[in-house]
Write a protein that binds this ligand. Structure first.
Ligand code: NAD
Length: 480
């Protein structure tokens, strides 16, 4: 198939590269001319495993880049819209980028096309795209508008795209059903995997489920899924907060909960709250969709409040471990909103840095890939940037782990212990093995383990108590 992908960000670029990998002829379009020039020159603007290899394999062959939307769309059979849908000031999705593309497309359609909305949008958006196209002069017989929401996760985007759980197609007619199923056929029938150049992922991929629904159901499925995942995170964070008060260990609790096939083990890791460019805006937007039709989706309000509270709790935890924060030097490992990506949009790590700075802490930070992007969102002078994790720890009064990079879990804890000024480790992602950290003579504070548990473990270690915690009424007690 000939495909145009409009918007070459995280979703558009990964989709374009993967469509080329599946054998299609693809033009990836963006209105950021600078980004297109960089892509043409072989520069990959985002950090995503396997993406450089795919782009190198197909660039200037089955994969090309352009800032000319009209020309790209005129040559395409199928056009994917992958532009951003950020939150507006009032919480609804800002659909002006999608509308902008629809207006441009109206003047570009010179033969029948299938237009596929891949951005995450509120239910009814495909209908609005249809109206816009007609309003701006396109003939309804020249196009179909389908929905194909994307479920990839940053950090594992290429693998998620090529090995999805399901491929969701919201189709209005036979023309669009046939076109989109043809695009995904190598994955749905698993023929891609028998090719000699297929990427060999660590897990053997299984055939994805292809789910065909109405357009509106597909739009709903994406929003409802993201909001549910956010709910699962806020739920487990709340469970962790109770664990801290009652003397249970949330790691054991989630292991027990997640072993129930009705619940499942994924998205049950407590921490400093969800972030990134999707969950915060999608929960807000989904609640707005419900409000717009007169339904108060109040559980989503609670999900957002728990999420914000989780960051405040972590700051309290740091404060309690340090007694006071003014002029304390903190080593912060992790800036991206999750491991595996350089995306710092709505990163809880960066929110925490700003909150700790407001309390007078000084910070040295390190992230294996997100340093450059972090500089764009952390105000100048707020932090110092370290060359590596060990340099970050040197002379710091405590270590904070805020992004789940596997290399942080594999640090030499004896070395970290020697480098830190005080032996205090606060793990906002429950990434580290507490026993290893404590065995290196340090105090470990994670999320969701009680004061009693930590104290009991402490009794058997040789850790010197560096600082006594301050008991505060509004936060759970912490072990020293
Ligand atoms: P992004 O900001 O990384 O990329 C959007 C791109 O669209 C930018 O490069 C921008 O320059 C371009 N653009 C905007 N208007 C344009 C126009 N008129 N013509 C051409 N290009 C235009 O966004 P993203 O993270 O890729 O997300 C895109 C959509 O996919 C959003 O709706 C998001 O919610 C959804 N989504 C994102 C993820 C994710 O993990 N990032 C996962 C699933 C779904």
């Amino acid at each position: 198939m000939k495909i145009a992908v409009i918007g070459s960000g995280y979703v558009g670029l990964v989709s374009a590269a993967c469509f080329a990998e599946l054998g299609h002829e693809v033009v990836a379009v963006d209105n950021d001319a600078n980004k297109i020039e960089l892509l043409k020159a072989g520069h990959i603007p985002i950090h995503e495993e396997y993406l450089p290899e795919l782009i190198a394999r197909h660039r200037n062959q089955r994969l090309n880049f352009s800032s000319d939307l009209r020309a790209a769309c005129r040559n395409a059979d199928v056009i994917f819209i992958c532009v951003g849908t950020p939150p507006s000031a009032t919480g609804e999705a800002d659909l002006s980028y999608v509308e902008g593309v629809a207006k441009e497309l109206a003047g570009a359609l010179d033969s029948p096309k299938v237009i596929v909305e891949k951005s995450t949008v509120p239910v009814g958006t495909c209908e609005a795209i249809y109206r816009t196209l007609v309003l701006y002069g396109a003939s309804p017989s020249d196009f179909s508008i389908a929905s194909n929401p994307e479920f990839l996760r940053e950090g594992t985007a290429v693998m998620d795209f090529l090995c999805p759980d399901r491929i969701l197609l919201g189709v209005p007619d036979e023309r669009s059903r046939q076109a989109i199923t043809a695009i995904y056929r190598p994955l749905v029938e698993a023929t891609y995997w028998s090719g000699p150049t297929a990427i060999r992922f660590p897990n053997v991929p299984s055939k994805p489920l292809q789910i065909i629904t109405s357009v509106k159901s597909a739009e709903m499925i994406k929003h409802a899924s993201n909001a549910f995942l956010a709910l699962k995170i806020s739920y487990v964070n709340s469970v962790a907060n109770v664990c801290e008060r009652v003397g249970a260990d949330v790691r054991e609790v989630v292991h027990g909960m997640g072993s129930d096939s009705r619940i499942g083990p994924r998205f049950l890791n407590p921490g400093i709250g969800y972030g990134g460019s999707c969950f915060p805006k999608d929960v807000l937007a989904f609640r707005s969709v419900a409000a717009s039709v007169g339904y108060d989706f109040s559980i989503l309000t609670e999900v957002m409040e728990v999420n914000e509270d989780q960051k405040r709790r972590f700051v309290s935890k740091v404060r309690d471990a340090m007694w006071t924060l003014r002029n304390k030097k903190l080593a912060v490992l992790g800036l991206a909103f999750k491991g595996g990506t350089d995306d710092c949009r709505d990163s809880p790590a960066i929110d925490l840095i700003k909150m700790l700075y407001a309390e007078g802490a000084r910070m040295v930070v390190f992230d294996p890939v997100a340093m450059e992007r972090a500089r764009n969102v952390i105000p100048d002078g707020m932090v110092e940037y370290a060359q590596d994790a060990y340099a970050c720890c040197t002379g710091a009064d405590a270590l904070l782990v805020l992004t789940e990079w596997p290399e942080f879990a594999a640090l030499d804890w004896q070395m970290v212990s020697r480098l830190l000024n005080l032996p205090i480790v606060l793990d906002g992602k429950n990434l580290l093995d507490p026993a290893r950290v404590r065995a290196a003579g340090m105090q470990y504070f994670g999320v969701g383990a009680s004061a009693e548990l930590a104290a009991a473990e402490q009794k058997y270690s040789t850790v010197p108590v560096a600082l006594l915690p301050v008991q505060r009424a509004d936060v759970p007690a912490l072990a020293s």
